[in-house]
Each structure stands twice: as C-alpha cells, then as structure tokens.
Design a protein around this ligand. Structure first.
Ligand SMILES: *Cc1c(COP(=O)(O)O)cnc(C)c1O
Length: 405
C-alpha cells in the first residue's frame, strides 16, 4: 500500500499494478453453460436469422423489463439508427452533447442534424429547461440519454414532446435493469435502446435491444433490421442488416443468468469506493437513487480542481502511471468532436454545464474483474494524490507530460 508521495509511480515508484486495470472489463457468465450453448448452435446449424437463442434472449429481456416487444439487434448504434428511421425522424433532433458519440452519429449518419442541448449538472442528463429554446420548425424529436443508468427527467421530457408534437426516444445503453419512479427503463417514450456491448454490464459480445410497447413500431423495426423481408421472396420495406446472431444471443443469455451477481458486485464495489473516498476535498462520487433499481456499472468521480488542488487530467495521469486505466467519459463532448465541431464551432457557448462537466469527470474500474484489495489500492492512490495535490501538480507540470490524447 502506497503511503508517501515518493511511492507514486510518477515519482519513480513501481506501479501499483503489474497488469493494467480497465474500465468496462467484460463480465463473463458461466463458461460451461456458454460452451454448451455454442455446441448447441453448431449442432442446430442455425447461426443467425432469428434463431432460437435470439428468440429466447428477446423473451427473457422482455420479461425482465415488463415490456411488450423486444427486438434484438447487432449493436445499439444500428438499433438507434433503425428506430430513428422507423419513426420517420427528419430535420433536427435534440440530444445531449454529454454522451457517447454514437448517440449523435446515429442521427448524422442519416443526415438528421443533432442539436446539442446542455445537461443538468445535478443529474448529468439533458436539462428539460434548456430544450424549448432549441426547438425550430425542423425539429422532429428528442433523444434522452440515461447516463450512468440514472434516468432522464422523463416526465418533463414527455410533457415537452407532447406539447410540441415531437417524438421521444431514449438511448438507454447504460440503463439496463434500472428504473424510473419504480417502472423499468424500457417502457418510456416511443422506444428505448439498450446496448450489450462487451464493456456494458450485461454483454452479448456486441449487441443491442430495442424495447417498445408500440406493436406497430415493433413490427416495422423487425422488418427493417432484416432487409425489409416479410417472407422468403417478399420485401415490403426499406431495410438494412441489423440482426443479432446466435452466438451473441447465447452470450447475452449466459450474462443475464448471472445478472443479480453482477449487480451485487457492482453495488458492493460502489459502496466501498463511497466509503474509502468519503470526505475527500474536491472529489465526489455520484449518487444513485436508493429508491430506484440501478446496475451501478459506472464509478463516476467529479473532480473539483480548486478544492482537490490538482486537475482531473493530472489525477488521470497519476492513475495511468500506476496502471489504473481510468477513463474520461465522455470527453470532450460530442460538440467538440468531428464532424460536429466543424459544423457548429460555437455550440459550446450554449453548453456551459457540459463544458464544465467534461473537464471534471473520471471513471474508475469496477465490475467482476476487480476485487476489494484493488479498490482499496486505487482509493489510496486517489487519497494520496489529493493530499499532495499541489506537489503533484508541480511535478506533473515540470514533467509536462499530461496526457492530451
Ligand atoms: C455504448 C453506447 C452506445 C453504443 O452501443 P453499441 O452497442 O456499442 O453500438 C450508445 N450510446 C451510449 C450512451 C453508449 O454508452
């Protein structure tokens, strides 16, 4: 355990970890069950095209969410694109900039303009108070993002979309097994889209799932993800290839069987981080509403440079040098990435909270791939860094090697 500033790797000490700790290291379900499923798939010679494992995966997810229709797809980005197109969105759609780039790309990919809205700094989700000033005659919808699994202000968004006759959908990539006012995420808006990418807490290698209670929309999405085929020789709609394959569904099913354990582990890790980092000046760990279901898959720190006396990027540098690969999600914000920063070079002026937040957030490792001792060591390094904030700042500034990737 590191106790002195000279123990830190930036001061020449050995790194705290020999092997790099990652954010979003995959949780892997029961190996034997998986291998059995893979054998079964090969025996079936039914590898894709709505096979039995995909059907079972959709059924299980629909049960967990209590939603009428679940449509599995190859990933959440394609699923978002298909939902956006299936709902006929055009022109402009309002989205937060503080999200993974796929939320914006899924619009721009089909030449719909993402109009970036600021976030509420208390929730990190789209600020309903800032939406109405962004609505124009070209606006057709709003995409809310349940960042870190914490739901958007759904009631307020429903009110705005009803009032202005807009479509409402949700990027629920982070929010599988989470709730809003006691109702499972997956039941809100026209549709909600989950991701089962390897880094998400439930994974199917790659995968996405659309949840909706709208039967007509569900039928349309099923056509669109399979080239518009309604029968062997009968194409009745424009479509693409958004299908999930059987191997992915088997991985998803194994992951679901293990879901309660993963949530328990995430919650235990979260509580340990919370205890270990309590009362640390300038460092706060976000809260999850105890009255809601949550998956606790993100350990999200907010660093206040003034109080911590070192910046988020300096703390990142300290941790990376210790082989703790913390991440700056979602730095620098979609509006500062290409192509959006060339389209709207001044959009940051309308996004003051997003700009502040993207400079403050640091994500630490959790999940089943790390243990209690790892967390203890990580927290000790964070505490040591803040205790010696000023010295570390000057060491790093003299080394001038702050990671600007
Ligand atoms: C991961 C993620 C996506 C994309 O999911 P994929 O399944 O990788 O396509 C979209 N939005 C958010 C907020 C994400 O975190």
């Amino acid at each position: 355990m590191k106790t002195n500033i000279s123990d830190l790797a930036i001061c020449g000490g050995p790194p705290a970890f020999n092997e790099t700790l990652h954010v979003g290291r995959p949780n892997i379900g029961d190996r034997e069950q998986l291998i059995q499923s893979f054998k079964q798939i090969l025996d079936n010679r039914w590898l894709t095209n709505n096979g039995p494992f995909v059907q079972e995966f959709e059924k299980k997810v629909a049960q967990i969410l209590g939603v009428r229709h679940c449509i599995a797809m190859c990933n959440a980005t394609i699923a978002l694109e298909i939902v956006i197109r299936g709902l006929g969105l055009t022109g402009e759609v309002i989205v937060p900039s503080f999200t993974f780039i796929a939320t914006a790309h899924s619009l721009q990919w089909q030449e719909i303009t993402p109009v970036f809205c600021d976030i509420d700094p208390d929730t990190h989700t789209i600020d309903p108070k800032k939406i109405e000033s962004l609505i124009t005659p070209r606006t057709t919808g709003i995409i809310g993002v349940h960042l870190w699994g914490r739901p958007c202000a759904i009631n307020e968004l429903v009110e705005i979309t009803n009032h202005h006759n807009l479509m409402l959908i949700f990027d629920a990539a982070h929010a599988f097994d989470c709730s809003y006012n006691g109702h499972m995420i997956g039941n809100f808006g026209e549709a909600e889209v989950f991701s089962f990418h390897a880094t998400k807490f439930i994974n199917s290698f790659e995968g996405g799932m659309v949840a909706t209670n709208n039967g007509k929309l569900a039928a349309k999405l099923r056509l669109m993800k399979n080239f518009g085929f309604a029968g062997y020789d009968n194409v009745i709609h424009i479509g693409t290839n958004g299908k999930m394959n059987e191997m992915c569904a088997a991985m998803g099913l194994a992951s679901l069987d293990y879901m309660d354990d993963i949530v328990d582990t995430n919650l235990r890790n979260y509580r340990q981080y919370k205890d270990d980092l309590a009362d640390l000046p300038g460092v706060s760990l976000i809260n999850y509403d105890e009255n809601e279901k949550n998956n606790f898959q993100y350990i999200v720190l907010e660093i206040d440079e003034r109080l911590a006396r070192l910046s988020r990027d300096q703390l990142l540098k300290v941790l990376r040098t210790e082989n703790i690969f913390a991440r700056r999600y979602f730095y620098p914000g979609c509006h500062r990435m290409k192509p959006y920063r060339s389209y709207f070079p001044h959009s940051g002026l309308l996004l003051p909270e997003t700009e502040k937040m993207t400079d403050r957030i640091l994500i630490l490792p959790t999940g089943t791939a790390i243990n209690t001792d790892d967390i203890k060591a990580i927290c000790q390094i964070v505490k040591l860094s803040v205790k010696h904030g000023e010295s570390i700042k000057s060491i790093l500034e003299s080394q001038n090697t702050i990671n600007k990737e």
